[in-house]
Design a protein around this ligand. Structure first.
Ligand SMILES: [Ca+2]
Length: 193
């Protein structure tokens, strides 16, 4: 009977975790993969390692110092982020020393180099989940990157949830209540006779 009680509680716990909304499990975080660059073609070569950056805008200025794993030159990253957009017009801005390319759902929407300077674009994005990808490359000397976009989106720093997220939260709360009631009921049955 005790084994049954433990198994029931475990199943409820797994169900509750499984139904957590994505944004409470790090939606929008940047998954950053660092690479060595080929010195001739400047293509991404060996994967050096990965790190996670907070969701949203980012800006780094390494000057002539180390960017990643003792690399100061011929190094770059590919950062991807999956996040929910409310839909509408969004403005993206970027700057890089030496180059940056921004892709939305695998299509390039913005790029610039140190020579070109700051670049920006405004585009219409349909409501829903989209994949952002930022490709940055540093070949020599000073290094810097900045990327930002308009804050009209959900699931990030300020959780202005959409209706579907609200519904999901109600379901989760109900599941937790059911789990607690069931746990109390089973506990009484098993331990209090
Ligand atoms: Ca540079």
């Amino acid at each position: 009977m005790r084994g049954l009680a433990v198994i029931t509680c475990l199943i409820f716990a797994i169900l509750c975790v499984g139904f957590l909304p994505e944004n409470e499990m790090g939606e929008g975080e940047w998954n950053v993969r660092w690479y060595d660059l080929n010195k001739l073609t400047l293509e991404y070569e060996t994967l050096l390692g990965t790190e996670t950056w907070p969701a949203g805008n980012f800006s780094y200025n390494w000057k002539t110092g180390v960017l990643y794993e003792k690399r100061v030159n011929y190094v770059g990253f590919i950062a991807t982020s999956s996040l929910h957009f409310d839909g509408g017009k969004y403005k993206f801005r970027a700057y890089a020393d030496d180059s940056i390319s921004v892709r939305l759902d695998e299509k390039e929407i913005l790029n610039t180099t140190k020579a070109k300077g700051w670049a920006e674009v405004e585009i219409e994005i349909p409501k829903g989940l989209h994949i952002l990808e930022v490709r940055y490359k540093e070949t020599c000397c000073s290094a810097r990157v900045s990327f930002s976009f308009s804050q009209n989106r959900t699931g990030l720093e300020e959780n202005t949830s959409s209706e579907s997220h609200d519904f999901l939260k109600i379901v989760i709360v109900l599941l937790i209540i059911v789990a607690v009631v069931a746990a109390v009921f089973i506990f009484k049955k098993v331990f209090i006779k």
